[in-house]
Design a protein around this ligand. Structure first.
Ligand code: G3P
Length: 219
């Protein structure tokens, strides 16, 4: 399973990219706003760090405006036009924009997916990626993993090319479970990547190796 990082913080993206563990980035308006920086400037900097799909979300609510907004921001970073994926909110206008952008050869990520039926609609509109939000379903007492499993099963059964990005990841168990059930991609916050990295037995194991080697060298 491929890993993307779910953040607009370039320091976090750089650290994850330097470890070689991510091959794409997802952002959303909340994550961009948190950085307090110009949208195009941040997306450009992210694309200069990671040579993979970078999801940048539109904030317009009508299809024509979504397409115009996407074309305008892509035009401001022509050197990264092959990396930019236009993230669209799941809704009727978002689906219309998805079809229009697909016809223009522009990649899309339809986000805020909370049911398999929505994922089927997005795939039929030509979405390159769909982003079901598993953590937000868990938050309201619904089984988020069951949704990922259902979409993965349907897409496999129907030979649908649209890739499934498990989003709204809260912990390493979400990541490993998504991998076990055959999800294409998990987009993971930096904090969860660090949780995946750390294990107390690894830390104490390194300390013991160094301590034993230190004692041996002094003999
Ligand atoms: O980027 C979309 C998604 O991953 C948001 O996650 O934590 O706000 O539910 P969260």
């Amino acid at each position: 399973m491929k890993l993307f990082i779910d953040t607009a913080n370039v320091a976090e993206i750089r650290r994850a990219a330097d470890m070689g563990v991510i091959c794409g980035v997802t952002t959303n308006p909340s994550l961009i706003a948190k950085e307090g920086r110009d949208f195009v400037e941040v997306v450009k900097e992210i694309a200069s760090i990671v040579d993979g799909p970078i999801s940048a979300e539109v904030i317009s609510l009508e299809a024509d405006k979504m397409v115009k907004e996407a074309q305008e921001f892509i035009a401001k970073m022509p050197e990264f036009e092959d990396n930019i994926v236009v993230k669209l909110p799941f809704c009727e206008e978002g689906l219309k924009a998805c079809k229009m952008l697909t016809d223009l050869g522009i990649d899309t990520n339809v986000t805020l997916i909370f049911s398999a039926a929505q994922a089927i609609l997005a795939a039929n509109a030509g979405a390159t990626f769909v982003s079901p939000f598993l953590g937000r379903l868990d938050d309201i007492g619904t089984d988020g993993i069951a949704l990922i499993e259902e979409i993965v099963e349907i897409f496999n059964e129907q030979l649908i090319d649209t890739e499934v990005i498990a989003a709204s990841i809260r912990n390493p168990i979400h990541v490993t479970t998504c991998a076990r059930i055959g999800c294409d991609i998990a987009t993971v916050p930096y904090g969860v990547i660090m949780q995946m990295l750390n294990h107390p037995l690894t830390t104490s194991g390194i300390e013991k190796f160094l301590k034993d080697w230190d004692g041996f060298e002094k003999k």
